[in-house]
Write a protein that binds this ligand. Structure first.
Ligand SMILES: [Zn+2]
Length: 398
């Protein structure tokens, strides 16, 4: 099953074929299928919608419900995104290329194997195994197969907006079977830094926006360090860079011998767990304007900050949440030792459950996130099987 799913190139925006396949597989498991195509008009009414500009309307989301026998019993959502990121240069991949789904060295290889079709197959297997044993859950178990995670999370947001809610959710991201109840957020920013043009031969007549940028960039680097040094959290290792501030793109000037009169820099600003997005943005803007005040030119011609595209809030489930205890117990039963509990510095669909659906949720799944999005992505089959065992134990306990 995992190999077949990897062989379907479900790059974000092109999820229809894999969702057709999964609809019939999940219906074959006796699950009740709710399948719909979210629209942009509908999603845009939600403040958490992050518009990636990709077409919508032909990209179905699936919620497959295994109906519980007891009304009011504890329910569970298992969430997996079916979309994958592009593969880069196909020639860089070893034997078989990015869509092989080959089984080698104990792993299934190919784009999406680790992020996160391995987790999806673990959930399907857990349900199938319990059904073969004649088990029936007391509360609803709903497997969500969502689209668009890699570019902002349209699918999970659509499921939240459709009213899906449970007593807990597990997002099956590759965590090497660590329980991750906390994730940092990120906000994309665009800085405009003004200068004044002059002939480069008389550069003192002008003001270089590039030189002024250094000043702001230094202030932002200090800001990142200060934020990090005052942050501590039980789920992050001491010294771990939890909320990186990284500038990814710079454009300035239009001629080699002209002093550049404007600079635009774009980057991502990490939002700390527990931090409010609006407050975090204000701190950033204050840092830029404080730095500008220390400079004669920038004081008169202040830089501006724009927030655009990806705005991902941080997510957190409390450490004493019942789902952490129950999942930890199921993990220990299968693997013989307590799982690691840790936070992650990247954004994921976790935030829609914790922030928008008012639920407890964790990331938990097979595979190493460092192999996600990389060449020769793969997932150890043993970890997928362990994850399936843990999930089936969890469903019984829960
Ligand atoms: Zn993922």
């Amino acid at each position: 099953m995992l190999a077949r799913l990897v062989q379907m190139p479900s790059i974000t925006g092109h999820e229809l074929a894999i969702q057709d396949f999964l609809s019939s597989e999940l219906a074959g498991l006796g699950l009740q299928i709710d399948r719909w195509c979210p629209s942009r008009d509908e999603l845009a009414t939600h403040p958490a919608f992050s518009d990636d500009g990709l077409p919508l309307g032909t990209r179905p989301v699936i919620a497959a419900r295994w109906r519980g026998s007891l009304k009011g019993a504890r329910s569970l959502i298992l969430n997996a995104h079916v979309d994958v990121v592009p593969v880069g240069d196909e020639r860089a991949w070893s034997d078989g290329g990015p869509w092989s789904g080959a089984y080698r060295d104990g792993c299934v290889w190919g784009r999406g194997s680790c992020d996160m079709k391995g987790g999806l197959v673990a959930a399907m297997t857990a349900i199938r195994v319990l059904q073969n044993d004649g088990a029936k859950p007391r509360g609803d178990v709903t497997l969500q197969c969502v689209i668009g995670e890699e570019s902002g999370g349209a699918g999970t947001l659509a499921a939240v907006m459709r009213g899906y809610h449970a007593d807990a959710a597990i997002v099956l991201e590759p965590t090497r079977l660590a329980i991750c109840p906390v994730g940092a957020g990120a906000a994309s920013f665009r800085l405009h830094i003004p200068g004044r043009a002059a002939h480069g031969a008389m550069r003192n007549e002008g003001v270089s926006s590039i030189e002024k940028f250094y000043l702001i960039a230094d202030a932002l680097a200090r800001f990142e360090r200060d934020r990090q040094s005052t942050f501590s959290h039980a789920f992050f290792a001491p010294g771990q860079l939890v909320a990186p501030l990284s500038i990814g793109k710079i454009a300035a000037g239009d001629w080699p011998s002209t002093v550049p009169d404007s600079l635009i820099a774009e980057g991502r600003y990490g939002i700390l767990p527990g931090e409010n997005m609006a407050d975090a943005r204000t701190l950033f803007e204050q840092t830029v304007s404080e730095a500008a005040k220390s400079d004669g030119w920038l004081r008169e011609h202040p830089p501006t900050v724009e927030w655009f595209e990806g705005q991902f809030e941080p997510a957190a489930t409390p450490p004493d949440s019942p789902i952490i205890a129950a999942l930890g117990k199921a993990h220990k039963k299968v693997l013989g030792s307590d799982p690691k509990i840790q936070g992650v510095s990247y954004g994921s669909d976790l935030r829609f459950f914790t922030n928008n659906a008012n639920m407890h949720a964790v990331l938990y799944g097979p595979g190493d996130v460092r192999l996600a999005h990389s060449v020769d992505e793969r997932v150890p089959v043993e970890e997928v099987i362990h994850c399936a065992e843990v999930l089936s134990n969890l469903i019984q306990e829960w």
